[in-house]
Design a binder for this molecule. Structure first.
Ligand code: C2E
Ligand code: CA
Length: 712
């Protein structure tokens, strides 16, 4: 039965299963009509194979080919098909033969098809590669053209630091031929003036830690000249982002750099001496404070020539300039081995900066070296000038100060060196400095304080010794300071003189005192006291003083004869003739002058004949000394007596200051002294109190007159 012709039922069953297999298709979507045609055609071919003679397996092979052509290429389709063909009961054992032929057809078709597909892929890849190469070649050509003709130098290097390629512009920058540059090491191009950090940035770049850096960089040309460039260095990575090359773009900026350098030099150097100027010094100083080590110390030596003004005035400015240049050279030479910056701050002031100091001794050494450098006479204008200088030395740890505070402190220390006597160095003294700073802070506040009405004037009586009556009052200024309370003039007048504030303050005191005196005149007529106003050295020297006084007298309406100016003996002596005309023109207006602190100056008395002085005030220190032990007291009285008789000989009114007791007042009266001033006669007081006192004296005088009237 098994070898017999398959029955109708078996044949129908095969066809059903075959159609089912192709319908499932394993993921294939074939149009139903096409699938039915394929099913019918392949079933027909298989049937023919079963029936035909053994040689005719071609039909089964064709069925396999057709399936592959219709995209039934999944191996599991073949497996299922072979299973079906085996299971089909066919005669003469032809089942396996047909199945084998079918499978062979299927496989051959599939191989054929795969080869075709592979060829297509290869061809496509080929075309793609060709296109890519073409465009790459175009890019490369474009790149070449750019590279070669770029107006800016381009160099390409590998990551080991070898120069691989350079363009023409780069050769122009460096001079020389391609071969001389190619293969050289990039690290050979170091220049001593390379910006700090340049080579660190370079190392980071070739390690792939940064993509780019830019800087201004000098190079040595082949001929030894220096060329300045703007350098941009970039890292080139491949498609996998692996660093491959470095590219440097160099723009020759030598001309621009030199111009900038010249401008920079001009901005940071003094034209006369060629030394760094104040700006350069401040810049260097500030740099020390930017990122200091914890224990970093520095020093500043401020140097100022003594008597430079004299050279300028007597020998002329050209000689003065010559001297400054010579001093600059000497200081420079002296500091060169120590490596310290020497700068000219302006005028005859120089500074030396110790950027690294180990302690005060280092700074003192510098100050001594500077003074020693100036110890030999300097040839100037066919003469040999002896130069002397004062040095203020400041040595501090960077952590404890600021550049501004250090400069101010050094300046004040120099000022102290000058005060202490010239030709020496003085070390910064923190305690003294604190006081100076307070004074400085005070001087800064003064203008605003004047505006806000923080100043006021007290008046102290000057009394006739013969009868104790009020003859004059001295105006004494005070400052009601918001932080320090009421300050005495000793606390702020010196500062006001230093800052020039004394002119404004002095003018204000004059206005105040003259206004007050004029009011007393309005109220008490001839019984109103004269008013004495203190005038400082600076005021006396200032030509504006006469104009100021004229204006104040006019606006107050005060009779000039009721105004007396008190000028210290030392002020009169120190005026170098400057103030003589001013003081003389003042006297022409009718006001009078008194010499204050008389006897303390030990000065020749010639000026007394030249100046319209009408009063002398014997310094309170002499009376104070009369209260010391016997011998000193006797001595003081003798001096006072001498001063009194001197004044009388000159025909001027003499006042004794600091009269604290009735006994002193009596003794002075007996010796012929005219007036007395001091606590015995009254402390400095508010104007209202003086007003009451004048009124009281008037009443007493009236009573006295009445009494005399009745007694007659
Ligand atoms: P001075 O001209 O010698 O003024 C007298 C000073 O001696 C005043 O000090 C006064 O208070 C003080 N005095 C008065 N009687 C006695 C006394 O019996 N015993 C003692 N121990 N001292 C007495 P004050 O007010 O502190 O003034 C100090 C100095 O300030 C003045 O010295 C004067 O030179 C200056 N001064 C005051 N007001 C002005 C001003 O408006 N302009 C200028 N330029 N200087 C002024
Ligand atoms: Ca006085």
């Amino acid at each position: 039965m098994s070898t017999a012709e398959p029955g109708r039922g078996a044949s129908a069953h095969f066809e059903e299963s075959w159609a089912g297999l192709l319908r499932e298709g394993l993921g294939l979507t074939v149009h139903p009509a096409a699938r039915q045609r394929l099913t019918a055609r392949t079933a027909e071919l298989l049937r023919r194979s079963w029936q035909d003679d053994p040689a005719c397996t071609a039909a089964a092979e064709e069925a396999g080919t057709l399936l592959v052509d219709a995209h039934y290429t999944d191996p599991s389709v073949l497996a299922r098909a072979v299973e079906l063909l085996h299971a089909h009961p066919v005669p003469k054992g032809r089942g396996p033969v047909v199945a084998g032929a079918f499978a062979a057809g299927w496989a051959a078709a599939l191989r054929e098809r795969t080869l075709r597909d592979q060829e297509e892929i290869r061809a496509a890849a080929d075309t793609a590669r060709q296109t890519a190469e073409r465009s790459q070649r175009a890019t490369e050509a474009r790149f070449r053209a750019l590279f070669e003709n770029a107006p800016i130098g381009i160099g390409i290097g590998d990551l080991h630091g070898n120069i691989l390629e350079v363009n023409r512009a780069l050769l122009d920058i460096f001079g020389g031929r391609v071969e001389e540059l190619r293969g050289r090491r990039i690290t050979d191009l170091v220049h001593p003036e390379d910006e700090p950090g340049t080579w660190q940035a370079y190392d980071e770049l070739i390690r792939g830690e940064r993509e780019r850096f830019e800087c201004t960089k000098p190079y040595f040309r082949k001929d030894g000249e220096v060329v300045w460039t703007h350098l941009t260095c970039s890292l080139i990575r491949d498609e996998e982002r692996v660093p491959r090359y470095q590219v440097a773009l160099l723009e020759d900026i030598t001309d621009r750099y030199r111009l900038e350098e010249r401008l920079r030099h001009q901005a940071t150097h003094d034209t006369l001496t060629g030394l760094p100027n104040r700006a350069a010094f401040i810049d260097r100083l500030e740099r020390l404070f930017r990122a200091p080590l914890a224990d970093a110390r520095f020093g500043i030596c401020y140097l100022d020539l003594d008597g430079f003004k004299f050279v300028n005035d007597s020998l002329g400015h050209a000689a003065g300039d010559e001297l400054l240049v010579a001093v600059a050279r000497r200081l420079e030479t002296a500091m060169a081995p120590l490596g310290h910056l020497v700068a000219r701050l302006g005028g005859d002031e120089f500074v030396m900066l110790l950027e690294r100091s180990r302690g005060q001794q280092d700074a003192v050494t510098v100050a001594k070296a500077a003074l020693a450098a100036l110890s030999n006479p300097v040839p100037v204008a066919d003469r040999r000038l002896s130069v002397r200088a004062s040095v203020g030395v400041l040595e501090r740890s960077v952590a404890t100060t600021t550049p501004e505070a250090a400069v101010r402190a050094a300046d004040l220390t120099l000022y102290r060196a000058k005060e202490a006597g010239r030709g020496r160095w003085t070390l910064f003294d923190p305690g003294h400095h604190a006081r100076e700073v307070t004074r400085y802070a005070m001087s800064v506040r003064m203008p605003a304080a004047l505006e806000r009405g923080e100043f006021f004037v007290d008046y102290q009586p000057l009394c006739t010794l013969s009868d104790g009556s009020l003859a004059a009052v001295e105006a004494l200024v005070r400052w009601r300071h918001p932080d320090f309370g009421v300050l005495s003039p000793d606390d702020f007048i010196a500062t006001a003189e230093q800052t020039g504030m004394i002119m404004r303050l002095g003018r204000w005191v004059l206005e105040e005192a003259c206004g007050q005196a004029a009011e007393w005149v309005r109220r008490f007529g001839p019984a109103a006291p004269q008013v004495n106003v203190n005038v400082s050295v600076h005021q006396a020297r200032d030509a504006r003083l006469a104009a100021d006084i004229g204006r104040v007298l006019r606006s107050s309406g005060l009779d000039p004869r009721l105004l007396q100016l008190e000028i210290t003996e030392s002020a009169v002596m120190r005026t170098d003739d400057d103030s003589m005309p001013t003081l003389r023109s003042l006297a022409d207006t009718g006001i009078t002058l008194a010499v204050d602190d008389f006897g303390t100056g030990w000065s020749p008395l010639g000026y007394l004949g030249e100046l319209p002085v009408s009063g002398l005030k014997i310094a309170g220190s002499f009376l104070a000394d009369t209260h010391r032990p016997e011998a000193a007291a006797r001595q003081s009285w003798r001096v006072i007596e001498g001063l009194v008789s001197l004044a009388r000989a000159l025909g001027v009114k003499v006042t004794a200051e600091g009269v604290e007791t009735a006994a002193d007042a009596e003794r002075l009266r007996a010796m012929g002294c005219d007036w007395g001033q001091g606590w015995h006669f009254g402390r400095p007081a508010r104007p209202g109190e003086i007003t009451r006192r004048i009124a009281q004296e008037l009443r007493r005088a009236a009573a006295h007159n009445d009494a005399r009237h009745y007694s007659e």
